[in-house]
Structure formats: C-alpha cells, structure tokens
Design a protein around this ligand. Structure first.
Ligand code: AMP
Ligand code: GLY
Length: 407
C-alpha cells in the first residue's frame, strides 16, 4: 500500500514507522522530519495535492487542525480514503461543549458541566469555590485551554482574560465543569463509524518536572499499559464510552472514522471522560504502536472505508517512551544544538523537534526526541529506555526521571 502520513512530530514518526512495517508499505510524510526521512519520503506542499498526484491508497492524519478544517471531506471528494474523521465529527475535539452534549446523550460518565457566553454568569456560577471547578475554553487551544485555579482571584482573572480574547475565538465560549480527582489513562480506539477496535491503554505524563511538578507540556513520556489499570479496562471503555458515542453520532448523521482518543480519569466513583481527541495522542502513540503486532495499514484502511475491522494482536509485556526536551520547554528555548548518540541505541528513536544542519542532527523544537523501549514488564521497558535516553545528548537536554512512576 502507498500511504501518506500528515504531520511532523514524534507521533507521526511512530505512525510512519508502524505503517512502513519493515518495508511492507511505501510511506510518504507531509512534511515529516529527519527521522521519518529514514523510512519514508518527506514531501512539502499541500497534502491533498500530494495525495492526488502520488495516487496514495490511504491518508493518515496526525494532528487535529487539518481534521477540524475538513481534510477528510476534501480527500473524499477526490476518492481517497482518509483515516481521520470529517470536520463535523472532529467537533468532538474542536468543541468541549459539543463533546459534552454527545456524552450526555450517550450516557457516558463525564464531569457535570455548563456552557457560558459571558463573564458575569461564569464568575457567579463558580462563586467562592474555584478549586471545585475546571475552566475550559470551548474551542481548540493547542493544549492551552484548560485551567485548574486555586484562588478566586485567579479564576476571576482566567475567565476575564478568556472573554477578553486571550485565546481568540477558542475562548469566546467557556465550559465550567466539576473538578474530579484520580489517576489519568488514555484509550485510543480505531473506529469505522459503527464499531471500534481498542488499542491497549496508556498514560501520558504532562507536567514538565519530576513529581508531576511544573507547567503542563505536550507530554514528557508515556507508558503502555499503566500497571494500575485493570486487564479488561479497554473493553469496558469500548462498551461504555466508545460504542455509545459512535451510536449517537451516527443517529445524528455523522459516522466517525478515525481514532477516537478518550482521556479518562479513574476516581473513587469509577471512571469519567475528561476529554475526547479525534487523533492519536503524542507521546502515547510512541508507546502504544510498538505494542501492536498486527498490520495497522490494513486496519486503518478498513476503518477509513467503514468496513468490518480485524481484531489486533497485542504483545505481552509493556513499553515506555521517554521524551528528551529542550532546556526551558514548555517556555522559551534555544534551537540548533547538535544532537549526538541518536544512532547508537537499541531502543526505537522517534524524532519530534529535530532538523538536519550542515550534515548534523540539531534540535529544532521543544520536544526533541522520544525513546521507546519494550520489556517483559514496565520496569524492564523503563530501564532500557532510560539507558538509551542517557546516550543521546544535546545542550540543555531535559527529561523526567520518573516516567511510569507517578499516576
Ligand atoms: P483536557 O484537555 O480536557 O484533557 O484537560 C487537560 C488536563 O486537565 C487533563 O489531562 C486533566 O489533568 C485536567 N482536567 C481536565 N478536566 C478535568 C476535570 N474535570 N477534573 C480534574 N482535572 C481535569
Ligand atoms: N498527550 C496528549 C495529547 O496528545 O493530547
């Protein structure tokens, strides 16, 4: 099969690697990175034009923005299967309130929430209890639209800023929901519009520093599966979350074909959905895909075409992905530092923010490289991943040392 992967991060490198499948398929990546260039052809330009001119059999979309902007529909017009949902379906990620309405209609456990279109009513609703609520910009905010304030001054400020346009259109409506506490788990489900194949659960570590301290990042590492999650968790989430959502969407005339990512919190009262994404997680994908033994290209093609999907074989054991980030990330950081040791590892190396300069590999982003290792259990996977993480060096390199050790 000839497959076009859209995106340029670690997630897309992992997708390209899994789809390349040791040479079974031809992979193009738009625009790609120096890592994807080793197994695929990187191509700049308009993704739909590339898909047409290269006569690809399938397009797999990494990031949410092209999906929300309707790339699946544009490809459908050209008769090219797209693994990634239509713009209508992508509203499950593009609007927190839309997701909440669908979940309510589907009977999916989620925090109670309310939609606000002006500052006064939002501030009144939260009253004197800022730490009982979470404030969310309704629209897409590149991971920046969720706030967990501790004081009233802080929460009033956040709401004021959102309605003043700090996040633009994304914050023109605000969802305020009940704050839950517990451990977080991500479940990625491959959907064909009516049915779902659930991949093994994973856990991302979003905070910048050890002990879950510091600012939120795109994700500093991931494990699969989290050892505290019950064996049949994925099946349960499929029954209680994914299939009911697919049903409600279908009743409304929307067939979701692509990855539905449920961000869940396991609380003392059971699990709740915190968010949906309509694409693979980053860095969850770098931990989850190496655990899948089956041919993902076939699975994604069947899903994209709305056909019956084969089940997937999952490896025994566990995987761990450690992210090496630029010093200063997620704040400002310097790019262009030489990276050494990336070719001397046994683990899988997934490039994220790297570039080639004068024949050398250099840093070019906040999250630079992900190192994924497999093991008989999580301890072994982590040990191997950290040995290789320590081999790859660049000035300012930062990694968390406790991936897989916190919930
Ligand atoms: P989201 O983008 O909606 O997943 O939110 C980002 C992060 O905010 C999540 O990974 C959680 O850590 C936190 N969060 C979101 N919703 C809630 C909630 N209702 N209660 C507690 N924490 C939440
Ligand atoms: N790792 C979180 C996300 O991809 O949204």
């Amino acid at each position: 099969m000839k497959i076009l992967v859209i995106g340029s991060g670690g997630r897309e490198h992992a997708l390209a690697w899994a789809l390349y499948n040791g040479g079974a398929n031809t992979v193009l990546v738009n625009p790609g990175n120096p890592g994807t260039a080793k197994i695929a052809t990187n191509m700049d330009g308009d993704p739909v034009e590339i898909a047409v001119s290269e006569s690809v059999d399938l397009v797999v979309v990494g990031p949410e923005a092209p999906l929300v902007n309707g790339i699946a529909g544009q490809l459908a017009e050209k008769g090219i299967p797209c693994f990634g949902p239509s713009a209508e379906c992508a509203r499950l990620e593009g609007s927190k309130w839309f997701a909440k309405e669908i979940m309510t209609a589907a009977g999916v456990p989620t925090a109670t929430g309310k939609l606000f279109k002006n500052q006064t009513s939002a501030i009144d609703y939260m009253g004197e209890y800022p730490d009982k609520f979470v404030i969310k910009a309704d629209g897409l905010a590149a991971g920046k639209g969720v706030y967990l304030p501790t004081t009233k001054k802080e929460s009033d400020g956040i709401i004021g800023d959102l309605f003043k346009g700090s996040l633009g259109e994304a914050g023109a409506s605000v969802v305020i929901e009940q704050r839950l506490s517990g451990s977080e788990v991500s479940v990625l489900a491959v959907c064909n519009g009516t049915d779902a194949v659930v991949l093994p659960p994973s856990r991302d570590h979003k905070r910048a520093y050890d002990g879950d301290m510091g600012p939120n990042t795109g994700g500093m590492g991931a494990i699969c599966p989290p050892p505290d999650v019950p064996f049949d968790f994925g099946d349960d989430v499929r029954e209680k979350v994914i299939l009911p959502v697919l049903n409600v969407m279908k009743e409304k005339g929307m067939e979701f074909r692509g990855v539905l990512y449920a961000g869940l919190m396991i609380t003392e009262y059971g699990y709740f959905v915190l968010e949906f994404n309509v694409r693979f997680g980053d860095p969850e994908t770098q931990a989850v895909l190496p655990m899948v033994e089956s041919d993902l290209a076939q699975l994604f093609l069947f899903a994209a075409n709305g056909e019956e999907m084969p089940s997937v074989q999952i490896r025994e054991g566990a995987s761990a992905c450690i992210i090496l980030a630029s010093g200063g990330y997620p704040g400002s950081y310097t790019k262009g530092f030489k990276i050494t040791g990336a070719n001397e590892t046994e683990s899988l190396i997934f490039h994220a923010g790297t570039a080639e300069k004068d024949g050398s590999l250099v840093t070019a982003g906040g999250r630079v490289i992900g190192i994924t290792a497999l093991g008989e259990d999580l301890d072994e996977a982590l040990e191997k991943a950290y040995i290789d993480a320590d081999r790859i060096e660049f000035e300012g390199r930062h990694m968390r040392r406790d991936i897989g050790r916190t919930v």
